[in-house]
Design a protein around this ligand. Structure first.
Ligand code: MIG
Length: 760
């Protein structure tokens, strides 16, 4: 075994692990930070005050002589194994898009991007791979990232009580270790893999999708429905049926006779349109994209060097080799050309890549079926059941090849998990290159660490089931730990039939997902906000309006994430790692700097137990104050448990039907302040990159108590954007009284004394 050590910013240690010196590391592209130094001796290495000692293949991670964990690295017949021995009670958090609880102990997880349409709790892999996690106890927080883009598997204290056993199916990879506070670990990881992009403000609005709104007429009528019912909405999606025979970058001219006119009509109504783009290119003579790519050799190949062939939506298809820079450039140009008629964003689907079947598979199935006989009994039944499932999702990697920028052929097996990542990267680079001042908007289903610098991940084909609503609450936090700031689940559930109550509860959660989109599958019940009758529509509307009212707060948090790597969504354990009760509180989380949200995810529930950590909290809806600890909170259908932290503030505005700019006409500051609190309000044009040239405004609002009076101060902190004159209202609760006030903001700031309201 061979090791090399490098020091990275954020006190991260990189260990390059190789079976033998000749083994190649296939770069995943996740890490973009530059190393600070090559380290040759580990004896004085850090981890806070800790040391890593090198004893053959055993590294002891310790702190001032106290052993924290032990890491062993060894060769196996299938690759390289890491064993991390942790302590009793240590929590393990992260792994991004995996089903299961926030604390990952007691289960096995796989990393091999897979189109898994059933997110059952038994599943061990989904569309993305985030082999990053932290080991946490009140006295320590250690971060690990196994940067290997091929197959790996992690047994997290499943087989053996306090052991994490990681099997990497390769001979060489990089391992990153760090020690910090839990939120520091994520921030450092983001330093390593890139800051989250700043999205346009309208991506924070409510979004409506369906597989599919099949024609122009339907798209228009759905959009009008939103405006007629005054339900805010910013984005409408076009799923696969807008294309002609599922050919990427084409429009079905029968169903969408004039897409440009349609997009501009929708724009006038305040809607942006995001279109789906799949990687599978239809094999069809005369189809320009296909001809061009075939001619230039842009497709992935099989072992014979001809294009790799498999069947997806367009039928027989080839797959662009996004691992290659020339192919990425070509694809980026194509996407940009397609976008030019007024498409606002690109939705990358099927990019694991998903494959329905290969021609060889059909042959194999035929053989299997031919040999089926009733005499096989139970085995026959077993074989029949395995055909549609196992066979479809198995590994195609053996016959599927890429070419790197130097012409070396690489099996998909080695770099399988970055196909979607590179497709998103290609799209991002193309859009940024062609639309120089516009913030690119790209959704992706498949991802790898670092994806936050290119696009938005959504969690794929969940189902309209209560247990999956709970699962999404957990997954949202696991993704945030691994640096994915902007993500969310299909609100209402994708597969299966939703109902009014479930849609209300999922929408309430959706308000507190960074990405807030309702989407559902073909053949399921309609799921738009008005689909289940007036009673539900009214509540859904109220919550979508709450989202719009909170936009100043959410947008400022988004900018904070872009600047500092501090995520919008944070598990409670980030702020209270010394309180182990937060390790199990995985059905609630922090949203931005001031809010704690505890969604309702059980059918027929009218309330739930909430754990309020570390300080006092104010119920957002009724102003009641709670001491830290467990509380049962009433939450009938039109309410959810939502709390404002003691000594914190929220910036809000009047809800609108859609948002074009992140410059607010009026603001309202609410909060719970017993000594002092402050919040930042970040504003800019909401769509361009001009903020890089100081065309933004960042103001700080502070509230503090002197005697029994509350004072408010606003002062500009940074930026050159001038906001026009507007009113800022205050409504601050000090634990016994509400203090109100009004301030005319002319841009230069000032101080105002709030007035105590005698009656609340
Ligand atoms: O094979 O485009 O996850 O959001 O609606 C299914 C149709 C393909 C899967 C995506 C889903 C989308 C659907 N797609």
């Amino acid at each position: 075994m061979n090791y090399k050590f490098k020091k990275f910013p954020g006190r991260i240690l990189e260990i390059e692990v190789k079976s033998s010196p000749e083994d190649t590391i296939y770069e995943s592209g996740a890490v973009i930070a530059k190393p600070i130094a090559v380290v040759d001796r580990l004896s004085s290495f850090y981890f806070h005050n800790s040391r890593i000692e090198r004893d053959e293949k055993i590294f002891t991670i310790s702190c001032q002589k106290e052993k924290w964990a032990e890491l062993k690295i060894m060769e196996t017949s299938k690759g390289i194994r890491l064993i991390i021995e942790i302590e009793d009670g240590d929590g393990v958090f992260g792994l991004g898009e995996e089903v299961g609880p926030l604390n990952k102990r007691g289960r096995t997880y796989e990393f091999y991007n897979t189109d898994e349409p059933e997110h059952a709790s038994t599943k061990t892999k989904l569309y993305s791979s985030f082999p990053m996690f932290m080991v946490l106890s009140p006295k320590k927080a250690l971060g690990f990232f196994v940067d290997y883009p091929g197959y790996s598997k992690m047994d997290i204290c499943h087989e053996e009580e306090n052991k994490i056993i990681i099997d990497v199916a390769g001979q060489a990879f990089k391992l990153y270790l760090q020690g910090d506070t839990p939120d520091g670990i994520t921030a450092n990881f983001v330093e390593l893999t890139g800051k989250p992009i700043l999205l346009p403000i309208w991506m924070l609005g409510y979004q409506q999708s369906r597989w599919s709104y099949p024609d122009e007429k339907t798209v228009l009528s759905i959009s009008r429905e939103f405006r007629n019912r005054s339900i805010p909405c910013d984005v409408i999606y076009l799923d696969i049926d807008y294309m002609e025979n599922f050919k990427v970058f084409t429009w079905d001219k029968k169903k969408f006779p004039d897409p440009k006119a349609l997009l501009s009509k929708l724009r006038d109504m305040g809607f942006k349109v995001i279109t789906i783009v799949d990687p599978g290119v239809k094999v069809e003579e005369g189809y320009e994209l296909y001809e061009e790519a075939k001619e230039a050799g842009y497709f992935c190949t099989n072992s014979a060097g001809t294009p790799f062939e498999a069947y997806v939506w367009p039928g027989k298809s080839h797959f662009p080799d996004f691992y290659n820079a020339r192919v990425r450039k070509w694809w980026g140009d194509k996407v940009s050309e397609f976008k030019a008629i007024g498409v606002a964003g690109i939705w990358n689907d099927m990019n694991e890549p998903s494959i329905f079947f290969t021609p060889e598979l059909i042959e194999e199935i035929k053989t299997t079926v031919k040999n089926l006989s009733p005499d096989l009994g139970m085995l026959a039944d077993f074989t029949i059941n395995q055909i549609p499932y196992e066979k479809r999702y198995r590994d195609h990697g053996k016959k599927f090849f890429h070419k790197d920028d130097h012409g070396n052929v690489i099996s998909n097996r080695q770099i399988h998990n970055i196909y979607g990542f590179n497709m998103t990267r290609a799209t991002y680079e193309g859009l940024i290159n062609h639309y120089k001042t516009e913030r690119p908007v790209i959704l992706t289903r498949s991802a790898y660490p670092g994806i936050q610098r290119y696009g938005i991940l959504w969690t794929g084909d969940n189902a309209s089931l209560w247990e999956q609503l709970y699962q999404e609450i957990q997954m949202l936090q696991s993704l945030a730990i691994t640096g994915v700031n902007f993500t969310g689940s299909d609100v209402g559930g994708f597969g299966g039939d939703c109902n009014g109550e479930l849609l209300v509860r999922w929408t309430q959660f959706g308000v507190f997902q960074p990405f807030f989109r309702n989407h559902s599958a073909i053949g399921t019940r309609n799921q738009e906000p008005w689909s289940f009758g007036e009673k539900y529509e009214r509540i859904i509307k109220k919550f979508i309006e709450l989202r719009y009212a909170l936009l100043p707060y959410i947008y400022s948090a988004l900018k904070e994430a872009h600047d500092t790597g501090q995520m919008i969504v944070n598990p409670l354990l980030y702020k209270w790692p010394e309180d182990e009760k937060t390790y199990e509180a995985d059905d609630e989380y922090l949203f931005g700097p001031s809010l704690l949200v505890a969604p309702i995810y059980k059918a027929n529930a009218t309330g739930r137990t909430v754990y309020l950590p570390g300080m006092r909290w104010m119920n957002f809806f009724n102003g009641r104050i709670y001491e830290p600890g467990y509380h049962y909170i009433e939450a009938p259908l039109d309410s959810l448990p939502l709390f404002v932290a003691e000594n914190s503030l929220l910036s809000m505005t009047e809800p609108s039907q859609y948002v074009e700019k992140a410059i607010w006409k009026g603001l309202k500051i609410i909060g719970f302040v017993t000594s002092n609190a402050s919040i930042c309000i970040y504003e800019d044009d909401g769509v361009s990159l001009k903020y890089l040239d100081k065309a933004f405004s960042r103001k700080r609002v502070e509230i503090w108590k002197t005697g029994d009076k509350l004072l408010a101060r606003i002062h500009p902190e940074a930026g050159e954007l001038k906001t026009s004159e507007r009113k800022i209202n205050f409504e601050i609760f000090d634990g016994t009284h509400t203090h109100v006030g009004e301030f005319i903001d002319k841009g230069e700031g000032g101080v105002v004394e709030l007035e105590k309201k005698l009656k609340n």
